[in-house]
Design a protein around this ligand. Structure first.
Ligand code: PMT
Length: 394
């Protein structure tokens, strides 16, 4: 998604400028051609050399640099950009852009570009909540700019308030979403479930499984980056909540079912990557169960089978986690749960699917031959699955 994209990263003079270095590094690592443009104030906080080393590109700090490009630098950058991102965006740069002022290389580039523009404001709380800043932000939003809201927390001044730069992963997610806005899933809605359900035994224990949520999160992010509106229904995981989608947090199979029913009232596809428990304790103890002299017997009852029970006119896509007879068992589930497609993965493999960054999947459509794919990253696997979703939605 970011590979070979030209990202003009504008850095203005807020203390969060040092975090822009991390963003530049992550974008470059993802294969983007990162062209950093700094305001004079930003160069007082972080040296251009830092960004040059991280991106492998010369950093532009003035209207007439670098020398070979001379006076047309802002136009060439503006033309070259697939996206312009300003991190951090100070109150001053926001005000100047809102007013159409172009008195330095960064504001000139913004005025000259036709690429999408993302601003990530960061400043002191009082400056952020000041009506003039909020009016400028509203004006830019109306003009089609994407604004990543500043978050609440500790500010450089030591006070607590709104004005913190969000996590870099959130900014990366918004960049990817903005770049993919007109992708092949534009205008579609997809609901994805992720993680392993937790069936409560007592206040300290539950029945769980080894799902990390990685496969489901990869699907949700891939769908977002192809233009889809995404609802991610997730159990507790160690993963960060992805940017640019609605996220619903659940714990048990019953909670997941309720969330799926609600989210699929308006959707084009449901993809169930979550590992849903088949059984749950008949009753959850209100108090911690004490260790007794003998063993412990738990009475288990069946959980609802979400995929089998869900009704509606949308694509139903399931996963089959199998340890034997992968294809035959997956095909049985495809039929039994009336699915349009099932993704089979062998969870008995040595470098098992659970928690891994990779997966080796076989895609089976209702009327098609099994399509076995080699081992690949979960993100690549997600895109292969979505290629099939795009075809089915046609
Ligand atoms: O999370 P990771 O660590 O990345 O691991 C990914 C994964 C192995 C969890 C994922 O790739 C996967 O296979 N998910 C489905 C796991 C599973 O529950 O499989 P199943 O064969 O038991 O269920 C078949 C399908 O029915 C699944 O889509 C499941 O979500 C759904 N189901 C299952 C039980 C239930 N009560 N309701 C359901 O809807």
């Amino acid at each position: 998604m970011l590979k070979n994209k030209t990202i003009v990263l504008g850095v203005s003079g807020g203390i969060a400028a040092y975090k822009a270095a991390d963003l530049a590094s992550k974008l470059a690592q993802a294969g983007a051609n990162v062209r950093v443009v700094m305001t004079w104030e930003a160069t007082e906080l972080v040296k251009p050399l830092t960004f040059q080393a991280l991106t492998g590109n010369p950093v532009v700090t003035g209207m007439f640099e670098p020398a070979p490009l001379s006076a047309i630098t802002h136009v060439s950058l503006a033309d070259e950009a697939d996206i312009v991102v300003i991190v951090p965006a100070t109150a001053n740069i926001i005000a100047k852009i809102a007013a159409g002022i172009a008195d330095d290389i960064l504001t000139c580039t913004v005025l000259a570009t036709t690429a999408p523009i993302v601003l990530s404001p960061a400043m002191h709380n009082n400056m952020y909540v000041n009506p003039v800043t909020q009016e400028n932000i509203a004006r830019l939003k109306k003009r089609g700019f994407t604004i990543i809201p500043a978050v609440h927390g500790r500010l450089a001044s030591g006070s607590i308030g709104y004005g913190r730069l969000p996590e870099i992963t959130e900014i990366m997610g918004t960049i990817q979403q903005t770049l993919g806005k007109n992708g092949d899933l534009a205008g579609k809605r997809i609901v994805v479930t992720a993680g392993g359900t937790q069936e409560v035994i007592d206040p300290v224990r539950y029945i769980g499984n080894r799902s990390s949520g990685k496969m489901g999160y990869a699907l949700a992010e891939a769908a977002r980056d192809r233009g889809s509106a995404v609802t991610l229904i997730t159990t507790p995981t160690a993963l960060g909540i992805p940017a640019g989608m609605e996220t619903v947090k659940v714990q048990s199979a019953i909670e997941m079912k309720d969330a799926v029913v609600k989210a699929t009232a308006k959707t084009d596809a449901l993809i169930m990557a979550a590992a849903v428990a088949d059984y749950m304790p008949e009753t959850a103890s209100a108090q911690k169960i004490k260790k007794g002299a003998g063993g412990l017997t738990l009475e288990l009852v069946k959980t609802p089978d979400i995929l089998s029970e869900i009704k509606g006119k949308f694509l139903k896509i399931g996963f089959a986690a199998e340890t034997q007879d992968l294809i035959a068992n997956a095909q049985k589930k495809l039929t039994a749960k009336s699915l349009d497609m099932i993704v089979a993965n062998d969870v008995s493999a040595k470098d098992s699917v659970f928690g891994s960054d990779n997966n080796k999947i076989t895609i089976i459509k209702k009327d098609g031959k099994p399509q076995a794919l080699p081992l690949m990253s979960k993100r690549e696997a997600a895109d292969k699955i979505l290629d099939n979703v795009v075809k089915l939605l046609k």
